[in-house]
Design a protein around this ligand. Sequence first.
Ligand code: M6R
Length: 607
Amino acid sequence: MCGIVGYIGYNQATPVLLNGLARLEYRGYDSAGIAIFNDDKIKVAKSEGKLANLKNKIENSDVSGFVGIGHTRWATHGEPNERNCHPHTSENGKFVVVHNGIIENYDVIKRQLREKGVKFTSDTDTEVVPQLLAYYYDGDLLKTVSKVVNELAGSYALGIICEDYPDKIIAARKSSPLIVAKGEGENFIASDISAILDYTKTYITLDDGDIAELKADSITLYDKELNEKETDFIVTDLDVSAVMKNGYDHFMLKEMNEQPEKLRGLYNDYVKDNKVVVPELDKIADVLDNCEKIYAVACGSAYHTSIAGKYVIEKLCRVNVETDIASEFRYRDPILNERTPVIIISQSGETADSIAALRMAKEQGAPVIGIVNVVGSTIYRESDCVLYTKAGPEIAVATTKGYATQLMMFYLFALYFAQSKGTVSEEEIAKYCSELEMLPAKIERLLSDTKTIEAFSEKYKGANNFFFIGRNTDYAAAMEASLKVKEISYINSDAYASGELKHGTIALIDKGTPVISFCANKKLFDKAWSNAEEVVARGADVVCVVSEKDEDKIQQGYEKIVLEDVIDEFSTMLEVVAMQIFAYYIAKNNGCDIDKPKNLAKSVTVE
Ligand code: M6R
């Protein structure tokens, strides 16, 4: 979604802002703009489309100065055109604002201001912020900002500059991510640290309701009532190389190739002497001991990890797991209490629906376990217990290492829980641990020889519609595979539980319909195989994704992707990596914008 960056210091602001916005491109955007203090006047430059358009525009104008704010916009209210592009300016030109989030009561404010004669120039919800600031302004910048944000309903991360204060940037946040960061004689605001890693690693994530005042040499933090707050900066260990392609054609390819290392890291952190040791979960041992049922709630791919996790947890721990999509869960009045822990899974930790689900769960007394990749994110901070996935920054919109590390966390959680409940013997736990230990090397080998999969991607690049089918852990893989193909290659596809085909969907199978049949779960191979035969009988073009142990059972004439053998419970992992490769090359063959697919945002911070 929208990206914000702001700079105040003794260097030229424009290059810092453009560099920061480029680092935030991954969040998804359709227009971009900056505002810079230039001789005590604020100059604004904006442009529809990619950042390159903005850069061209700036080259031909005189936008220079040492203080500025910038924005990449992902349209919610109003078309993605220059008029609606941020920064937005008050009618009197005094206030200039960038915003991420949604001002839910913007129409009421807009109507009231219009009645007072204020003229609006955009269709956005954001414009009410600079207009309201100008309307209330009495010379006291902080008090005016505080008054305005207290009137806003919805979510906001705001960067504000005011013509009367050329030495200040004001930042404010509620339910949308925003950090303030400290450099040497320069300070920053940003949607996330990746925007400014070239300049600093020291930052604070603003709490809901916080207002920050930045000058070149100081950062002062206030709560909603403008009481000054402690500034507890943290220093990230991320390096700028973590947000660069490092020789890969795409971030997605780089991130796919980082998976073995990231999974190895988690294994080494949590498996000791063939036992799973998770101190974070020790702290909620009582909750787990007494739990009636577990909910696992998330969006998109993170939700798909919960499906794979459910099969493993139920099998190993004999506890009911109910999975749900966060946007459904939050409005369905689920039965929650202190004995129903809720696992919220999120790479970004800022997904609006997942945050709402988390808050609802907590309000009803359910303990929340967050499986999260971003330290300091809202889900990270608000969960009762955090399982940090340590995947590092994920830039490609299509998640790969984010998914793999979440799935690994589910596997570790299931083993930990089974161990503490005694539902699985020590010998079996040791066997599962050794399977987990071998997974990264298997993924490495899969990623190092992608020719077979690439050939399938070439063959099917012109397909209009894919079917991904499977049962149990294979079904979990099918769901993620389908999303991967859809989001980066724009080819329609769906995932079906194989056994459901006969109940309607099989009517859609025609001659040549591509069906990817997941059969790596050996216990269910025969069932999966007979479902594959059913679609072949109706003309489908089937590719089976199969374990090397069952390879020979695939009859001649059938296409196959053969995977190294993995214990059934963990087979989803290899299947999904194979499908990441498949989706990547289809998109590449079709010339799609792999890292930044159209209409999508990396982190969905609005409902
Ligand atoms: O940051 P989150 O894990 O909460 O994001 C959830 C989904 O938006 C995300 O997984 C999305 O589906 C990905 N683009 C899939 O590749």
